[in-house]
Write a protein that binds this ligand. Structure first.
Ligand code: ATP
Ligand code: MG
Length: 333
């Protein structure tokens, strides 16, 4: 039967990219009645330096974001990765299954390690094997993610296939990435060739879920664009990544297609379109950020949600880990 797993790193505040590319899909899947597990992947976050106090705050804020956006702890298992040890335990097995050649092809590592890869943590390099464990420790069949995580879900399939082959079993399923919607890759507002990221040093590059109306409007007004008017058909967006990005965002927020948006706004200048986009973004995000702020006033309540979710996640993961250890030949009770 289908089981959905996905996660977000508490490596900063949530962005519009995380909301449109991930969280909204998480809510859709929950609401469709499938079994869903959504994780705050704190062990992934520390693959780059996180101040401990900031990590605590970001973990709670991300959980508040999940809840405010419509995830319901009665219907989805909401938890943080570090509290379910089976993720790290299965990751070790997968470190021994994955090949160096596979890891060397991972573009996220290259992007995040930058020019001086010698200074990157070993954890950043091993990140995709831990992600495979996050997914497979629940035998998850579907993983809603943004476009940037496609390669890691494919690696998860490679790891599952090699494990199954090496041990002559069909124990691990072939997980499907689910990459859907008008905004599977929201781009930076400052650079149409770069993904919007919560860890980008430039705050102007992204819309944060906690930004107020003024901040959202000002960032959209200052978003980089070209000088031309908007086209009335999609073909006219060819070679105009910034224009395409703003239209993708508009279409995703309005729950429609870029073609339909262009039918309305084609011919307009950005000076006319940007305020409309800003109004739409504020209207969609303000209720969520207001609810996040309310939830953040009671951190103990948030921690209780994570604790209860972790218990349920542990109960699902423990027998799968135990069976994996048996398959590998580890002796135990
Ligand atoms: P970081 O910069 O720390 O990597 P991030 O913003 O990339 O943070 P992640 O926690 O790495 O966020 O990713 C969480 C989910 O959000 C993933 O499914 C990822 O594909 C999705 N996602 C991240 N950025 C975008 C984006 N710009 N557009 C669409 N989806 C995105
Ligand atoms: Mg990321």
């Amino acid at each position: 039967s289908p089981r959905v797993f996905s996660g977000i790193q508490p490596s900063g505040g949530l962005t519009l990219g995380n909301y449109l590319g991930a969280i909204r899909r998480f809510v859709d899947m929950q609401d469709s009645g499938i079994e869903t597990l959504y994780c705050v992947v704190d062990m992934h976050a520390i693959t780059v330096w996180q101040d401990p106090e900031a990590l605590r705050r970001q973990t709670r804020e991300l959980t508040a974001g999940y809840l405010a956006a419509g995830l319901d702890p009665a219907r989805s298992i909401l938890f943080n990765q570090s509290q379910v040890p089976a993720h790290a335990q299965l990751a070790w097995i997968f470190n021994c299954v994955a090949r160096l050649g596979w890891m060397n092809r991972m573009t996220q590592f290259k992007d995040k390690a930058g020019k001086n890869a010698e200074k990157a943590s070993l954890g950043l390099y091993a990140y995709p094997a831990l992600m495979a464990a996050d997914i497979l420790v629940y035998h998850a069949t579907h993983v809603p993610v943004g476009e940037d995580q496609k390669q890691h879900v494919e690696l998860t399939r490679d790891i599952a296939a090699k494990f199954n082959h090496d041990f002559g079993t069909e124990f691990f399923p072939m997980t499907e990435p689910v990459i859907e919607g008008a905004a599977t890759r929201v781009m930076s507002l400052r650079d149409g060739s770069k993904k919007m990221s919560k860890s980008d040093p430039s705050d102007a590059s992204r819309i944060n879920m906690t930004d107020d109306a003024d901040a959202i409007s000002s960032k959209i007004r200052k978003a980089r664009t070209d000088p031309d008017a908007l086209p009335s058909e999609i073909e006219g967006l060819e070679g105009r990544p910034e224009a395409r990005n703003l239209l993708n965002i508009y279409a995703a927020l309005a729950d429609t297609t870029v073609a339909e948006v262009l039918a309305e706004v084609g011919g307009q200048q950005f000076s006319e379109f940007k305020p409309k986009l800003a109004d739409l973004a504020v209207a969609k995000l303000a209720p969520i950020s207001t609810e996040m702020a309310r939830l953040m006033q009671d951190p103990a309540e948030i921690d209780a949600v994570l604790r209860a979710g972790s218990e349920r996640a542990n109960a699902l993961a423990a027998p799968i880990l135990k069976r994996t250890y048996e398959i590998v030949g580890m002796v135990g009770a």
